[in-house]
Design a protein around this ligand. Structure first.
Ligand code: AMP
Ligand code: MG
Length: 402
């Protein structure tokens, strides 16, 4: 039996990042970049007007009477042909290249056109460089546009597009097989006979996989017989991660650990000082460059849920190239006193109210790790460290958001 930290540490030490794949930008959102991408040109590529107005020479505005002759009009996408000299200006639109000779742009709102090609400046205080973004100010050609390892958000997709990359190398999210085990389980559409229950973990775990960014493959139900399990697990090892539910505790029909071991899956850990979820198991099979990480989650729905969020999601993120970081917690204050005693860290379903500061955490009544209705009312799990402690209302606790 190991600590939660040690279990996460072993996952970090075991799980390898998936090899990069080339993806079009519209399929790259949320992935991490597997290469560093450089700017193919200066940005902006030319001295650029930041406003609609008049490009001119700043000293002119002060020395002359503020009247300038407009010699040309340049819109974004065009190149100016004429040089701006004393007494003249070019009508210019946002984004257009600043003509040679000009060193400032006066906003159109600060100029009024007078008869014919003449324009008069309302304000003759014009500064050199005003309303111009100099070539290369945002990024120089050859500099890094987006660094390897960066999570691609919409803004990074824009940066990649700006430097001409319609496809980029990214680490894909893993394909995750979900196989539930238990001879008591029947498919969701069946009416359970005496002693049987419906498979609720299957849909839940597949949804957790998808919510974490992965591709879920639902592999059905396997009964609690070594042969049946082996038969169902064998083809499931095609995935990057295989999630099993049930059969990892100490019952006579908890055969998953032995079956996995007989199939050559190396144990990474089995049993973590954690409630709910203590029997959780992790193993790995390596075949050259290929790796399959197997998780055996306890079958109790709340245990399965908590272990997925703590361990499977962590492994998925590692495979997808995200930095090793423990699952994120927020802080909240308990709304009621609470005594906690135990050798394990405990996660309790709670209602978190984040409309106040600090947020409040109301621990919900619950009947243990089969209590899905209580988990459904919860929007967080309060984490209580191992040991004996009396909490009073207002005490600060860590919360895992659901
Ligand atoms: P196990 O971990 O196999 O000992 O199962 C613990 C409890 O979870 C038992 O009450 C099981 O019936 C229940 N359980 C196991 N698998 C599922 C599942 N896929 N859906 C709903 N409940 C399950
Ligand atoms: Mg079972």
């Amino acid at each position: 039996v190991i600590s939660l930290e040690e279990a996460l540490h072993r996952i970090d030490a075991t799980v390898r990042v998936l090899p990069p794949v080339l993806r079009p930008l519209d399929q790259a959102l949320g992935t991490t970049l597997a290469e560093s991408v450089a700017c193919d040109a200066d940005s902006p590529p030319h001295d650029m007007a930041l406003v609609d107005g008049y490009a001119l020479c700043a000293v002119d505005a002060q020395s002359l009477d503020g009247r300038l002759r407009v010699i040309e009009e340049v819109v974004a996408g065009e190149t100016p042909r004429l040089t701006v000299a004393a007494g003249v200006a070019t009508r210019i639109m946002t984004g257009a290249p600043v003509p040679p000779g000009a060193d400032a742009v006066v906003m159109v709102e600060q100029a009024s056109s007078v008869d014919g090609p003449w324009v008069r400046l309302a304000n003759r205080e014009v500064k050199v460089g005003q309303n111009i973004l100099r070539r290369g100010t945002l990024a120089a050609r050859g500099s890094c546009a987006v660094a390897q390892g960066t999570e691609l958000r919409p803004v990074e997709l824009a940066l990649l597009a700006q430097v001409g990359r319609s496809r980029v190398l990214v680490h894909p999210f893993p394909r995750v097989g979900v196989l539930v085990t238990g001879s008591e389980l029947v498919p969701v559409d069946d009416v359970p006979a005496a002693g049987k229950i419906r498979n609720s973990n299957g849909p839940m775990l597949a949804a957790l996989v998808r919510r974490a960014g992965g591709e879920a493959d639902s592999l059905g139900i396997a009964g609690d017989e070594a042969e049946l399990l082996r038969h169902a697990i064998e083809p499931a090892l095609e995935a990057d991660i295989l999630v099993l539910s049930g059969g990892v505790s100490a019952g006579v029909k908890d055969l998953v650990p032995a079956v996995l071991e007989s199939m050559g899956i190396r144990p990474v850990f089995h049993r973590v000082r954690l409630r709910p979820g203590k029997p959780v198991l992790c193993g790995v099979m390596e075949d050259g460059d290929r790796q399959v990480v197997v998780f055996g989650l306890p079958g109790n729905p709340v245990s399965s849920y908590v272990c997925f969020e703590l361990f499977v999601r962590h492994a998925m993120r590692r495979m997808a190239g995200f930095p090793a970081r423990p699952p994120e917690r927020v802080r909240a204050q308990l709304t009621a006193p609470l005594s906690h005693r135990g050798e394990t860290v405990a996660f309790l379903p709670a209602r978190i109210d984040e409309s106040t500061w600090p947020p409040l955490a109301e621990i919900l009544a619950w009947h243990g790790s089969a209590d899905l209705p209580s988990l459904s009312r919860a929007n967080g799990l309060v984490e209580l460290p191992a040991g004996e402690r009396r909490f009073v209302a207002g005490d600060d606790v860590a919360v895992l958001r659901l």
